[in-house]
Write a protein that binds this ligand. Structure first.
Ligand code: COA
Length: 178
């Protein structure tokens, strides 16, 4: 995909004001510690939205994300900023396929300081690319009605409201095609 970022799933995101390039790649075992640092650095608001208000131990969640990455129906994507020859995680998306419901589901976050730069949308594109490669035909998501950024991101990525939500949550879905 990119000669600069060999593991990239989609084209890198160029941050505004030449702050650097963000590469989207799949996570591996060596990422657990950095992912834990990333989760710890999220603002309380973003962390609450990412984990739907549930309390989460960043180390345990990072280990779980990585353990479940790389299987046939699961993967974790990382958005990585290259700084001084080193990588810094600035976003993540976890995807899992629900065989009974016959659709993929995901959770996503972008570091507060890097939001609204197109990183979330590019991770969604990468997620869809990998899901299609796995033969999946549909991705669904549920988010709080009050989560304007997730609803906006999903809309921009082509998801529609299924109408199955309730007064608190919205159900969104997108049919995948090659
Ligand atoms: C949701 C989230 C991942 C979006 O990531 P992002 O990198 O900021 O998104 P992008 O920059 O790619 O934005 C793409 C589009 O989403 C919409 N969007 C993003 N942030 C928005 C906001 N605060 N309000 C309204 N729409 C927003 C816009 O349509 C935007 O396109 P535009 O910038 O051209 O208007 C990020 O806000 C986040 O991490 N939130 C906290 C965690 C969370 O809520 N996760 C979802 C539940 S798992």
């Amino acid at each position: 995909m990119s000669q600069l970022f060999p593991g990239a799933v989609v084209e890198p995101v160029e941050l505004a004001e030449a702050k650097g390039l963000v590469c989207i790649r799949t996570a591996s075992a060596s990422d657990v510690e950095n992912l834990s640092v990333y989760f710890t650095g999220l603002s309380a608001t973003s962390r609450n939205k990412r984990f739907s208000g549930a309390r989460a131990d960043p180390g345990a969640v990072a280990a779980e994300c990585i353990a479940k990455s790389g299987g046939l129906d699961h993967f974790t994507l990382l958005a990585e900023l290259r700084e001084d020859g080193r990588g810094r995680i600035v976003g993540e998306a976890r995807y899992a396929y629900d065989a009974a419901a016959r659709h993929g589901e995901f959770a996503i976050s972008v570091a507060d300081a890097f939001q609204r730069n197109g990183v979330g949308l590019q991770m969604m594109t990468a997620m869809e690319t990998l899901a299609i490669d796995l033969g999946h035909e549909m991705i669904a998501a549920e988010t709080a009605r009050t989560n304007a950024e997730m609803r906006g991101l999903a809309r921009k990525a082509g998801f529609s409201d299924t109408g199955l939500g309730d007064w608190q949550s919205v159900h969104l879905a997108k049919r995948l095609s090659r």
